[in-house]
Design a protein around this ligand. Structure first.
Ligand SMILES: Cc1ncc(COP(=O)(O)O)c(C=O)c1O
Length: 381
């Protein structure tokens, strides 16, 4: 059985209840949602409604209507960035971002209509809120920051940055791809305007799911326009949320799985799952720290990390190590640049990248032991 340590890319396996929810939906009510349709259409719509209610409760948002389903984290981030940025706007972000933030922002910059300031993280892989404060200009419209680095696992000080962004009158977009379902995020306590995340990572839903929360201060353009299963009379996209952002048939089967994932996390307790994952990650990092030629990336203060352990090995390219672990030990890790080239530049691991082991709720001590033994065999020590 494969030892799966690529949970930062997508969690696997999913809880049994996630598979069952999708199977049940597919067999019994896989109709196109519609508020005034037949009973199967209503059952389908109810899954969407129930999931919005569950998300709103889980993240303490202002209303279930403000949660728009997306294809993945990338879709949610594009929807947010392209929906709010106007020509002339300045955007602040960091060097920790995933390409789903880097690329849309770089395209805006290259259009000549927008300017972007990228705040550098320190060696530990953390940004300093003061550097953000200094970067504001009267044109700053948006601050985009990842909650935790997908390369280093380092958690960013989003509380301080949320407050200072609000005090400057700009909008704050948090990329919670690595933290949704893992770390507590309260939208009633923190001034976050836009929260983007996939459903297929920490929330334990299937691939093809994601969401964008749009707070009440945000004025934005629709990202895709089309049928919404409800009011068909208007010539343009209905203005009411969430339909404003949801043209087309959503991935309802996936969302049924996402709802089951959310329930599973709530029942088990997010904090307990996170602690269990971090205990194993800490043990892994401590056990491999002294192996010959191995360099751990980012700080190792596990109170400020999610369960991601990244490292390089002298003389062995990450892809080579990935192949060895996969083919000789049946261990799945993620080598390379992890779609986040700038943080690899900052950590001097560009262009080859690093080896990333990322844990999920179903990893065991045995999984960690297996990776430690494999690394000892490959590296000696
Ligand atoms: C920090 C971060 N942001 C955004 C994304 C994009 O999410 P998705 O793959 O669901 O599009 C990822 C995926 O790895 C990520 O780690």
């Amino acid at each position: 059985m494969t030892i799966y340590l690529d949970n930062a890319a997508t969690t696997w396996p999913k809880p049994e209840s996630v598979y069952l929810a999708m199977d049940n939906f597919a067999r019994k009510s896989m109709a196109n949602p519609g508020r005034s349709g037949h009973h199967m259409a209503k059952a389908s719509e109810k899954i969407l409604d129930d999931t919005r209610i569950a998300l709103n409760r889980f993240f303490e948002g202002c209303s279930p209507d403000r949660w728009a389903f997306t294809l993945n984290g990338t879709d949610a981030l594009n929807m947010a960035i392209k929906g709010v940025v106007d020509p002339g706007d300045h955007i602040i972000t960091s060097d920790l971002e995933h390409n789903s933030v880097n690329r849309p922002l770089r395209a805006l910059e290259l259009s000549g209509n927008n300017s972007v300031t990228r705040i550098s993280s320190d060696e530990s892989g953390t940004v300093n809120p003061d550097a953000f404060l200094k970067a504001f200009t009267p044109q700053t419209k948006l601050v985009v920051l990842t909650h935790a680095s997908n390369v280093l696992g380092t958690v960013q000080p989003i509380e301080a940055i949320a407050h200072l962004t609000r005090s400057k009158g700009a909008l704050f977009l948090v990329d919670a791809a690595q933290t949704a379902g893992i770390l507590p995020i309260s939208l009633s306590k923190l001034p976050i305007d836009l929260l983007a995340f996939p459903g297929h990572k920490g929330l334990l839903g299937p691939t093809g799911t994601g969401n964008l929360y749009v707070g009440p201060r945000v004025k934005m353009r629709a990202w895709r326009e089309g049928g919404t299963g409800g009011d068909s009379r208007t010539e343009t996209q209905p203005r009411d949320f969430p339909y404003f952002l949801e043209g087309g048939t959503p991935n309802i089967m996936g969302i049924a799985g996402l709802l089951a994932g959310l329930k599973w996390i709530t029942e088990k307790s997010q904090n307990i799952i996170h602690q269990q994952e971090n205990d194993l990650a800490k043990r892994l990092s401590e056990s491999i720290a002294l192996l010959p030629g191995l360099r751990l990336l980012g700080h190792q203060n596990w109170d400020k990390k999610v369960a991601t352990v990244s490292f390089t090995v002298e003389g062995l390219e990450p892809y080579e190590m990935g192949n060895i672990l996969d083919s000789s030990f049946d261990i799945a890790i993620r080598p390379g640049l992890h779609c986040a080239p700038q943080i690899h530049l900052a950590q001097s691991t560009f262009p080859d990248g690093a080896i990333r082991a990322s844990l999920g709720p179903f990893n065991s001590e045995g999984d960690i032991e297996a990776l430690i033994i494999a690394l000892r065999q490959v590296l000696g020590g």
